[in-house]
Design a protein around this ligand. Structure first.
Ligand SMILES: Nc1ncnc2c1ncn2[C@@H]1O[C@H](COP(=O)(O)OP(=O)(O)OP(=O)(O)O)[C@@H](O)[C@H]1O
Length: 298
């Protein structure tokens, strides 16, 4: 659906995209992960033909990026793109006009899109009377009103409470069920883990790793991770080394990578003689993979 090859972009002397490569399959939710300043918005703006790359190639459904491909893309930017004094319906009509929808299609699409984002009962409400979560859903509706094949959601849940996030996640899943391809940027690793079929990890304008969660998991040689709380950390680390367990700190939590599955009592036996306050096993999560990849590649 979307293929990016060797994309480079400079702002002045500064190279912000460096031979960036990624591909998104039709019908999948692809998560583009990266810290602030990694180059996510720059990449999106180039995909949407709002910004020119210095070199490289992008195709969308085998067509080079152009004014024509703009029509098959819908974008919901980080900052809501809404007119606060206009109603939900008026906002959508305005954007439907920009996309050149005829009157009949416009009427149908405005109604159906409001229903899709669960705002039909607020059609006549001005945006300024909506909650943050509703505004965010309306912002996504703007991206959907012209029935795009690829929807780009730039940090769609940032700043929302947990219920607002759940509503947006449900909406994103519905888009996938309708066969729409979704490019999602996020800082939230649990969001990517729950929603995305494939993930790209971006740092300093380069994709460091790309694949499904199962594929990315193979980048860490661990079957599971054990977090340990102990007052005898040095002894625990030395003991773990004897058993071939790599140690890491996640925040201030001490953790060990287990190269093979072990029963809890077997793990506890490995640390015999060391005072353990608590021990918790967890699967290898995207958070662990992300930290490993981004911290080892500067
Ligand atoms: N118009 C511009 N002129 C100069 N530098 C820019 C411009 N826009 C972005 N940059 C720089 O390019 C780099 C990539 O920015 P970009 O906005 O693409 O990152 P991002 O991953 O989207 O970050 P965030 O998550 O904070 O939105 C950053 O270092 C940023 O400061």
């Amino acid at each position: 659906m979307l293929k990016i090859k060797n994309l480079n972009k400079y702002y002045g002397q500064r190279k912000v995209l460096q031979n960036l490569n990624l591909h998104i399959n039709a019908g999948e939710i692809y998560g583009l992960l990266g810290a602030n300043g990694a180059g996510k918005t720059t990449t999106i703006n180039i995909i949407c033909n709002l910004l020119k790359a210095d070199s490289g190639n992008i195709t969308i459904n085998n067509q080079s990026v152009s004014e024509a491909t703009k029509k098959i893309i819908g974008i919901a930017p980080q900052e809501n793109l809404l007119y606060k004094t206009l109603t939900c319906e008026e906002n959508l009509k305005f954007f439907a006009d920009i996309y050149g929808l005829d009157r009949e299609t416009r009427q149908k699409q405005v109604k159906e899109t409001l229903a899709a984002v669960n705002l039909l009962d607020r059609a006549k409400s001005p945006v300024e009377t909506l909650s943050g979560g509703m505004r965010r859903r309306l912002n996504i509706a703007v991206a959907l009103v012209h029935q795009p094949k690829l929807v780009i959601l730039d940090e769609p849940t940032t700043g929302l409470d947990i219920e607002g996030r759940y509503e947006i996640w449900e909406l994103i899943r519905q888009l996938k069920n309708q066969g729409i391809t979704v490019l999602l940027t996020t800082h939230l690793l649990d969001e990517a883990e729950r929603l995305c079929q494939r993930i790209g990890i971006l740092k300093n304008g380069r994709i460091l790793a790309e694949g499904s969660l199962a594929e990315l998991r193979t980048l860490i040689p661990a079957q599971e991770i054990v977090a340990l709380q102990t007052t005898q950390e040095e002894q625990a680390i030395a003991r773990a080394k004897e058993y071939g367990f790599t140690h890491r700190r996640y925040g201030n939590e001490l953790a060990f990578w287990l190269p093979e599955h072990l029963e809890l009592k077997e793990i506890i036996a490995r640390f015999e003689g060391i005072a353990i306050d608590s021990i918790a096993r967890q699967p290898v999560r995207l958070e662990h993979i992300y930290l490993e990849i981004t911290q080892n590649n500067s």
